[in-house]
Ligand binder design. Structure first.
Ligand SMILES: NC(=O)c1ccc[n+]([C@@H]2O[C@H](COP(=O)([O-])OP(=O)(O)OC[C@H]3O[C@@H](n4cnc5c(N)ncnc54)[C@H](OP(=O)(O)O)[C@@H]3O)[C@@H](O)[C@H]2O)c1
Length: 327
């Protein structure tokens, strides 16, 4: 076990870009206070929102103190309120911001520069460290989008380029277009956790390895199911989350053995199930998880995943225990 501060502060390049990042980020999707229709944003409905300005501020500070300086948001989250909040909180702080476009489903490719300027205004910045295309559109649009991304890098508004929810094939296309402009595709942000292992079989993880692209793992705690605090008699807050596979019907019963194993392994290191679940991802050098944190306790707990190691036998045991979630 390595309990030194070294791995807390260790920064590595994001993919083959020049952007140096910690091995863990924070998902700030539930932050901010939306108004109007944005109050019904799926993130708010699913998770019941974060715990308000002061607690979000403490979560940001606890993350930074734990060496987690990368924060992920999106123009779409709560109609821009999540970006606005992160922008307020990050003032004067040495943080790296990853955001995504578009802000709505009525997006046209040519709108990218306008969307980027709107995000920068909400974030109160002149540039963003990572700019990601949130959802793939038809394959024909990808080359033009990546050309516009490359223009944004050339203009100094974007440091590294990423995509999200891209298939292996879409990723390869984006990678090739950017490579022609001398830019590395830095990351592909997809769902990946012990309870969602599809990237291992749909070619995305393999393509990330081959192309040197970091796989940013969203929902790395399976929406909280891997924290061990939910069970058949203790269901989560938030309307949508109750309908997610792991929380409805017998979902929580099915994952009980996985949580028991996380606890058993965690007990050896004084770590929580969430920390072990995150560590399982971090042990793969191509993966960077971004757990959502609603408060400073969760932020500090998640940051603790940076300062220990799992043995190959423990990684293997977790792999085997979650084979059913691979297909
Ligand atoms: N690109 C995309 O399409 C996409 C899609 C979804 C998410 N994302 C990104 O991924 C990030 C993370 O995903 P997610 O928030 O959906 O799922 P997640 O990280 O798997 O789960 C986060 C939830 O788990 C609970 N939690 C977190 N840390 C905890 C801890 N240490 N102990 C106990 N409970 C803890 C909190 O909810 P409770 O306290 O209410 O249980 C929190 O809201 C988002 O913030 C967003 O940036 C991206």
């Amino acid at each position: 076990m390595n309990g030194s501060g070294d791995c807390m502060t260790m920064l590595t390049p994001l993919g083959r870009s020049t952007l140096m990042v910690p091995r863990l980020g924070v998902g700030a999707m539930t932050w901010g206070e939306p108004t109007g229709l944005a109050r019904w944003h799926p993130a708010k409905l699913a998770y019941g929102g974060a715990h308000g300005f002061d607690e979000e501020k403490r979560a940001l500070e606890a993350s930074i103190a734990g060496g987690v300086t990368l924060f992920d948001t999106a123009a779409m989250y709560s109609g821009g309120a999540a970006e606005r909040r992160l922008g307020e909180l990050a003032q004067e702080k040495a943080v790296l911001i990853a955001t995504k476009f578009p802000g709505s489903f009525f997006f046209r490719t040519a709108d990218l520069p306008k969307e980027l300027d709107a995000s920068l205004a909400r974030l109160q910045r002149t540039s963003v460290e990572l700019y990601q295309h949130h959802f793939p559109t038809n394959a024909k649009a990808i080359p033009r989008l990546m050309e516009l991304m490359a223009d944004a890098v050339a203009a100094g508004k974007v440091r590294a380029v990423g995509v999200s929810n891209y298939s292996a094939q879409q990723m390869r296309l984006a990678h090739a277009v950017l490579a022609d402009r001398g830019i590395a595709l830095a990351s592909n942000q997809v769902e990946y956790s012990l309870l969602h292992r599809q990237p291992e079989i749909n070619g995305v993880l393999e393509s990330c390895r081959e192309l040197g692209v970091t796989l940013i793992a969203y929902q790395p705690l399976a929406g909280g199911a891997l924290t061990g605090k939910y069970a058949a008699g203790a269901r989560p807050a938030g309307v949508f989350r109750r309908f997610m596979k792991n929380f409805r019907g017998s979902g929580l019963e099915a994952i009980a053995p996985v949580v028991a194993l996380l606890r058993e392994i965690g007990a050896r290191y004084g770590k929580s199930p969430a920390q072990v679940a995150l560590r399982w991802l971090i042990e793969n050098e191509h993966i960077l998880p971004i757990p959502g944190a609603k408060n400073s306790r969760q932020a500090a707990d998640n940051a603790g995943a940076l300062i220990f190691h799992l043995t190959p036998a423990e990684i293997e045991a977790l792999d085997r225990a979650t084979l059913a979630w691979r297909g």
